[in-house]
Each structure stands twice: as structure tokens, then as C-alpha cells.
Design a protein around this ligand. Sequence first.
Ligand code: NDP
Length: 241
Amino acid sequence: MERVALVSGGTRGIGAAISIALKAAGYQVAANYAGNDERARAFEAETGIQAFKWDVSSYEACAEGIAKVEAALGPVDVLVNNAGITRDAMFHKMTPGQWSEVINTNLTGLFNMTHPVWTGMRDRSFGRIINISSINGQKGQMGQANYSAAKAGDIGFTKALAQEGASKNITVNAICPGYIATEMVMAVPEKVLNERIIPQIPVGRLGQPEEIARCVVFLAADEAGFITGSTITANGGQYFV
Ligand code: NDP
């Protein structure tokens, strides 16, 4: 029996690489996305992976969307909470809207996506939840009080849920990518990337989405059942205390 994996924000960037890698590893994959239909259709045509549109910041939309995925593919065994946004601003200029959009998508989105699959995972005594946090949730980043707060929250959520899932063979882990070459990072001005960001990365380059996907496939495996509540960093050697 093929296991079923659902990847939020799974049609481009890191999420697309995760969807593709899980399919290559033998999973039946569903990729969620927010609104970029053109990219989703191109992704479906290229990969043969079905894309499902809903907004992870809405609990009702997640419950409905996951029901559609499960009707199409079967119960979700592996959930990758990858969807995320940035709304950067220095704190004195940050609006309540910028704060709440990021918290609702990057933190509450994890509740909204995980809650509808949790009971089924408990009933079947198997589940893998993999949350894509960020280096900036570990160390904080100026201009990203909203994002850093949400991504740090993702780590706390991971650790608490890992304890709840442990007796039911449900593992819950977080991955903290450093700077990865996706549209999210390519939106940073080239001068800032080359003069400020890349020099901080010991390996001397941005990461590739496939390098995060590799961690996800590792954690998703049936054989990874002893790894839970952990935070895997994949950041090119950046170190901070
Ligand atoms: P991208 O901006 O390239 O892609 C984001 C994906 O998330 C898209 O598929 C998008 O859908 C989807 N998405 C955004 N908002 C929602 C929503 N409300 N509901 C459903 N789907 C949504 O992002 P990245 O690939 O760069 O980032 C992926 C994850 O990795 C994020 O959580 C990010 O915070 C994290 N991360 C990224 C790093 C990086 O350097 N790139 C570093 C550390 C962490 P659509 O195409 O429809 O817009």
C-alpha cells in the first residue's frame, strides 16, 4: 500500500521539491496551494501530482480541502506543513495586518492543517508530521518580528505535539532551512543577498529546495519512528547560540 502525503504550499519553491521527492520515494502525493492557479496547473502537468487549492489560514477551508484529498487518495499518512509567507517590515512600521497575515498562515496554518488529520492518524496508529520552520525562528531576524514569532511558534508546536503523538506512532518534527534559492529569497535585493546574506553562510551559497526535500523524505519514512520532537537545521553551517 502506498502511503499518502499532503504538502501545503506544495506547488512551487521548497514545497514543489518536497512533493516531487516524496513522489519519487513512492508516496501518493497531494500538493496544496493558495491561489497561483497558473503555477499549479504547470506543476500538475510537469509532475503528474494533483494540486488542491485552499487557504491554510482558514480552518474550514483546511477541513474541506483535506476531506477532498482523502476522498481522492485515501487517508493522509504524511503531512508536510510547508506553506508560508513573508510580510517584512521593521517593527515600528509593521501594521496589524502584516502581523496577523503571517501569524495566521505560518503558525495558525499548522493548527488548521494538522487538526483535521490528527484523529485519523491516532486511529490508524501511524503518522508523520513535518513542519517547515526557519532559521529565523531560531535566531530572530530584524524586519521579521511577525515571521520569527510564527516560525519559533512552529517549533514549540512541534515539540508539544510530538509528546502527544508518541504513543500512537505519530512523529512530529521541524526542519529549519537557512536561505534557500526560491522566489521568497530571490525577492531580496541582489546586493543584499551577495553582500550581506551569502557571506554569512559558511558553505558560501544559498541552499537548494531539493536539499530540504531530502530531509523531509528521511523524516517521513516508516523507519524514522524514533525521531520525534526534533528540529533539523539545514542552513549551510550557520551557527548561532
Ligand atoms: P514560496 O513563496 O516559493 O512558495 C510558497 C508556497 O506556499 C506556494 O505554493 C504558495 O501557494 C503557498 N502558500 C502561501 N500561502 C498560502 C496559504 N495561505 N495557503 C496555502 N498555500 C499557501 O516559498 P518557499 O518555498 O521559499 O518557502 C516554503 C516554506 O519554507 C515557507 O514556510 C517558508 O517560510 C519556509 N522557509 C523558506 C526559506 C527560504 O529561504 N526560501 C528559509 C526558511 C524557511 P501559491 O503558489 O498559490 O502562492
